[in-house]
Design a protein around this ligand. Structure first.
Ligand SMILES: Nc1nc2c(c(=O)[nH]1)N[C@H]1C(S)=C(S)[C@@H](COP(=O)(O)OP(=O)(O)OC[C@H]3O[C@@H](n4cnc5c(=O)[nH]c(N)nc54)[C@H](O)[C@@H]3O)O[C@H]1N2
Ligand SMILES: Nc1nc2c(c(=O)[nH]1)N[C@H]1C(S)=C(S)[C@@H](COP(=O)(O)OP(=O)(O)OC[C@H]3O[C@@H](n4cnc5c(=O)[nH]c(N)nc54)[C@H](O)[C@@H]3O)O[C@H]1N2
Ligand code: SF4
Ligand SMILES: [Mo]
Length: 757
């Protein structure tokens, strides 16, 4: 099948190829259906791909998928564009004086190994940086990452986590004892959903994997429940909610803390089943006391009466889920806000309770497998920002590359990441990457980031590999399992992400000849068995697996032995293969109390880590100054961070890279709708058209991220021509971080706006 696709592609349309294609016409097959998980966002929709002779005929929602029930968004169809995109790299690329040349895998791997080893030998593991981008989580290759990082010896690790959910992971670890214990809203059973800084109507849901998230949210209202959105913009989600609360960017902690104080003062705190699971309640109440509806009304822009009602409604609801997302995390008090979100769910007794915030029981037990996480065991060299679980905030990556001295990063490996467009102070990041002695990117495009690489190692198209959402499984709002085989055979001499990582792991980990031979042998075995064998093993020993007893806490040796000789009828790769639409594993189940009991720990509500940051918040209890403007971000359902603007179908329509401004601010600044404006911050300026709208509150400028494709050397033809735009992260500030976690402040960055001549 795939060979026909290749012969038809314009690049290979030589005479021989045409003859081969003609010969194969004779064996043309019938259209066939392939069932698959869309891997483009966290919603994990089931899709049906109709295909014939290596050609995709259509992509539709899979109605038989128990998780998504047929829902898809416009991006699903872009799976075809992505697969066929002539700009998508198929062969390893080497950057030479005149541009890029294709090289063999052997040459690319040899050169990468030689350069990384040379630098490691000269300057140690500190001199090698690793950046893992968001799609890393959307491939099962995630399982190959820890060994790779270990083999590399790289001690300066970064990822998109610190421009995203880091505050939540820190709060998970601090309060529940494990970074991956993410509470997710029990959407299908809740009566009240409070969304703080999330826009599922655009994002399709995040840290709450839910097929048809807006359908499920509508379900809450249909059964008489209530949905309230807290956001500086009247978003597409807010339009579908019962109520929308405008909030001044970066002030959510004040609002949430005042709600807690209101609950304490009015005797509305109701721990319910969590009564014996928490400690520090009195200290918490004292620490939050300065924040009351009256003291925070001005700073947040939310009237005191409204805060009181919000607090009472939520406290009195039979069940409620208080959920926060990107807008809550990537802001000045992201750490405190993530903490308060957990705290409010606890104070209202909604944590680990049906209809509240619960924990998934995924088919692969990532909580059991992964490290619980650690805070601040390492600090960054230049600015002393804390690492979390061995990972430094990406806001320091550029300075760690640019600042000379011992421990300076001289080589960088990026995997599925585009920090130039996705992390703060993109222009500085651009300069930093350009200055590296050596850089290698495992990526599918030559984009704003990878153009600086010396080598790019591209994995196969996502449709040429099997798929399972490993990393997202702890985020599901309903337990389910699904695995998809490859749709198309991978082209000859191609590699999947995990194979590229595995090869580099083997090459970078051995120093002497004997070890090297041994590792080669091991690698051959791993290559032969494949990643799916590993998945099968994890499924079988996971909570629903055929061999669940093997990993279950408290199983006796006899039970374990029995599991081996007489496996039960449970999950395995074979089972998932036989159920191509996926398998429903039921609603979320209570588990936190059991986990806490097992670890003999309570939830510490009044941790010094958080209480010590409160004085900083108190200093910022200031109303908006006249003329003050702060920039926030925006997502659109037809975009995906920085990397899907090369799909014709997705980018068509009006220019989406605009700066939204409130009419009052526009009038003051003399800006008319559609006029080009210059948005300036401490670190830089961008120019883009203004969009004047009452959907943003006064004082807010709203710009989407992930644009700015018109840079020299970017080989994304559609994106450059049709959706170049300007990069929001050219004005976000690498020095503006949440103090607790080092997470970048991407929302609430002070800016000025002026009309262009
Ligand atoms: N179509 C599409 N889907 C995506 C993505 C995409 O780029 N495009 N990206 C994916 C990724 S990586 C992620 S992490 C998720 C993100 O998922 P979401 O968090 O749901 O996505 P956003 O649309 O960024 O929503 C953030 C909201 O926070 C608001 N906000 C900004 N500042 C503040 C503030 O100070 N306080 C409050 N309360 N709100 C604030 C913004 O106005 C915005 O509406 O989406 C995923 N899905
Ligand atoms: N101002 C502002 N900035 C933001 C955000 C915001 O809301 N506002 N959101 C932040 C968030 S939530 C996130 S997650 C980050 C994302 O930050 P990044 O992960 O750094 O950026 P992406 O745009 O997701 O880039 C993904 C890269 O992976 C490549 N890629 C795609 N698929 C594959 C694959 O299968 N294999 C490999 N090897 N490569 C692949 C793409 O070509 C691209 O280079 O951006 C953050 N930046
Ligand atoms: S919402 Fe869209 S991008 Fe996300 S998984 Fe579903 S179809 Fe794919
Ligand atoms: Mo993200």
């Amino acid at each position: 099948m795939s060979s026909q696709l290749r012969t038809r592609s314009p690049q290979n349309a030589g005479e021989g190829a045409i003859i081969e294609a003609l010969a194969q016409e004779a064996v043309m097959s019938q259209p066939a259906l392939h069932y698959r998980i869309c891997h483009l966002c966290e919603a994990m929709c089931g899709v049906v791909i109709e295909h014939q002779d290596g050609e995709i005929l259509s992509i539709k929602g899979d109605k038989a998928d128990p998780f998504s029930g047929g829902h898809i968004c416009p991006k699903a169809i872009a799976l075809k564009d992505l697969h066929e995109d002539p700009d998508r790299l198929r062969r390893p690329m080497k950057r030479v004086a005149t541009g890029w040349v294709e090289v063999s895998w052997e040459e690319a791997f040899d050169e990468v190994e030689k350069n990384l080893k040379r630098i490691r030998h000269q300057a140690g593991g500190e001199s090698i940086g690793v950046y893992l981008g968001n799609p890393t989580v959307h491939t099962p290759a995630l399982l190959a990452v820890p060994a790779f990082v270990h083999a590399l010896g790289a001690t300066q690790r970064f990822s998109a986590t610190s421009v995203d959910q880091l505050p939540t992971m820190v709060a998970n670890q601090q309060l529940f004892g494990h970074q991956l214990l993410f509470p997710v809203p029990d959407l299908d059973r809740t009566d009240y959903l409070l969304i703080v800084g999330g826009n599922p109507a655009a994002s399709n849901g995040s840290l709450m994997s839910a097929g048809d998230v807006m359908g499920r949210i509508k379900g809450i209202r249909n059964r008489g429940g209530r949905v309230v959105v807290v956001d500086p913009r009247l978003t597409e989600t807010a339009l579908k909610a019962d109520d929308h609360v405008f909030i001044r960017p970066g002030t959510d902690f004040f609002l949430l803390a005042a709600m807690a104080t209101e609950m304490f003062d009015r005797g509305l705190v109701r721990l319910r089943d969590l009564e014996h699971c928490v400690e520090g309640l009195v200290e918490l109440q004292q620490a939050l006391a300065p924040f009351t509806p009256d003291t925070v009304a001005e700073v947040t822009g939310v009237a005191a009466e409204r805060i009181r009602t919000l607090a009472a409604d939520i406290a009195m609801a039979e069940c409620a889920a208080i959920y926060g997302r990107v807008g809550a995390c990537t802001q000045e008090f992201g750490g405190l806000t993530a903490w308060m979100l957990h705290v409010l769910n606890i104070l209202t007794g909604n944590l680990d309770r049906e209809g509240g915030m619960m924990f998934a029981t995924p088919p692969l037990d990532l909580v059991g497998l992964g490290s619980p996480g650690s805070y601040g065991k390492q600090r960054s060299r230049v600015r002393q920002l804390p690492a979390f679980s061995g990972e430094l905030p990406v806001s320091v990556m550029a300075e760690e590359i640019l600042t000379p001295g011992e421990g300076q990063i001289r080589a960088l490996v990026t995997h599925a990441g585009n920090p130039v467009l996705s992390t703060p102070n993109g222009q500085q990041m651009d300069r930093a990457l350009a200055s590296l002695e050596f850089m290698v990117s495992i990526d599918i495009y030559i984009n704003e980031t990878t153009r600086h690489a010396h080598f790019i190692l591209p994995p196969v198209s996502p449709l040429e590999r099997s798929h399972m959402e490993v990393g997202l499984s702890p985020l599901m709002v309903r337990n389910a399992a699904k695995w998809s085989p490859a749709l198309f055979e991978a082209p000859e001499d191609s590699r999947q992400d995990w194979q590229i990582l595995n090869e580099l792991t083997q090459r970078m980990s051995s120093t002497n000849a004997v070890q090297r031979v041994a590792r080669r042998g091991l690698q051959l075995v791993v290559d032969q068995l494949g990643l799916d064998t590993g998945l099968d093993l994890l499924l079988r020993t996971g909570p629903y697996g055929t061999h669940a007893a093997l990993s279950k806490k408290g199983s006796t040796p006899v039970q374990k032995l029995l599991a081996v000789v007489r496996p039960k009828d449970g999950l395995s790769l074979k089972k998932l293969h036989e159920n191509p639409h996926g398998i429903d594993l039921g609603p979320l189940r209570r588990q936190l109390r059991k986990r806490l009991e097992e670890k003999r720990r309570k939830i510490p509500l009044a941790l010094p880590l958080y209480l010590d940051d409160i004085p900083r918040a108190l200093e910022r209890l200031l109303p908006r100054q006249p003329g003050e403007l702060r920039v926030i971000g925006r997502r659109h359902v037809r975009s995906n961070n920085s990397w899907m603007h090369n799909s014709h179908r997705l980018v068509k329509g009006p220019n989406r890279c605009t700066a939204m401004l409130h009419p009052d601010d526009a009038a003051l600044l003399g800006i008319a709708n559609g006029m080009n404006v210059r948005v300036q911050s401490r670190v830089g300026a961008i120019e883009l058209p203004a969009e004047i709208t009452e959907s943003v509150m006064p004082g807010v400028v709203c710009v989407p991220h992930g644009f700015g494709h018109d840079r020299a050397g970017v080989k994304l033809r559609v994106a450059r021509k049709e959706a170049a735009g300007a990069s929001l992260n050219d004005i976000t500030d690498d020095r503006f971080v949440d103090v607790i976690t080092g997470t970048a402040v991407l929302n609430g960055v002070p800016v000025t706006v002026a009309p262009m001549a």
